[in-house]
Write a protein that binds this ligand. Structure first.
Ligand SMILES: [Zn+2]
Length: 198
């Protein structure tokens, strides 16, 4: 499958990569890649389905991380049927192109099946590009009981460190004390984007 070399299944992200890539700065220099930590869990323990978790990053010359992940999840759903609760922790919010692929994918996921997806992102991509803002508004139209999206705050960062990052023995994140105040700014930015209602 295209992009498979950028997916790590059942692997935690290393601490330094998480610290650099998920820092929720308003102006984030040098973060040219997108990382998505994902967890696709069967909704009932002992029921149908099998957990799929790990992380994916984009291929800079080819597919974006979200596109690679949608394909990976489609394959999983075909071979491991069941109802799933999915969570994505993303370093960047989806770009306009990815949003235009995510919307129909989500509609299919939510309407024809009983899955749920919650998407958290650390930073807004791209903070001033209308095409990406329009994509976020299109995603907002799909928000429902089954699909939620929002900004990563300290709770989500703590969850990542506890469950999805190889953090044992590592010092505290350099930016942990700023996480919630930065997230509040990002949430304000997101709210103003969504109020424009493209
Ligand atoms: Zn994209």
């Amino acid at each position: 499958m295209a992009g498979d070399e950028n997916v790590r299944v059942s692997k935690k992200l290393d601490f330094n990569t998480f610290e650099f890539e998920f820092e929720n700065l308003h102006y984030a220099e040098g973060r040219g890649r997108t990382y998505v930590i994902f967890d696709v869990k069967p909704q009932s323990e002992g029921g149908r389905g099998e957990r799929l978790w790990g992380y994916v990053r984009n291929n800079p010359l080819d597919d974006h991380a979200e596109v690679i992940l949608m394909s990976k999840i489609n394959d999983h759903l075909e071979t491991h049927q069941g109802n799933y609760t999915m969570t994505w922790y993303m370093s960047w919010s989806p770009c306009g192109n990815c949003s235009s692929e995510l919307v129909p994918w989500l509609q299919n996921l939510l309407e024809e099946q009983q899955h749920t997806l919650t998407m958290y992102f650390s930073r807004i991509y791209d903070k001033d590009r209308a095409v990406d803002h329009r994509g976020l508004c299109d995603l907002q139209h799909v928000v429902s009981n089954g699909f939620q999206m929002g900004v990563m705050g300290q709770t989500e960062v703590d969850t990542c460190l506890a469950e999805y990052v190889e953090a044992s023995g590592c010092p505290p994140l350099k930016w942990l004390h700023m996480t919630d105040s930065n997230a509040t700014q990002t949430q304000d930015k997101l709210s103003s984007i969504l109020m424009n209602r493209f």
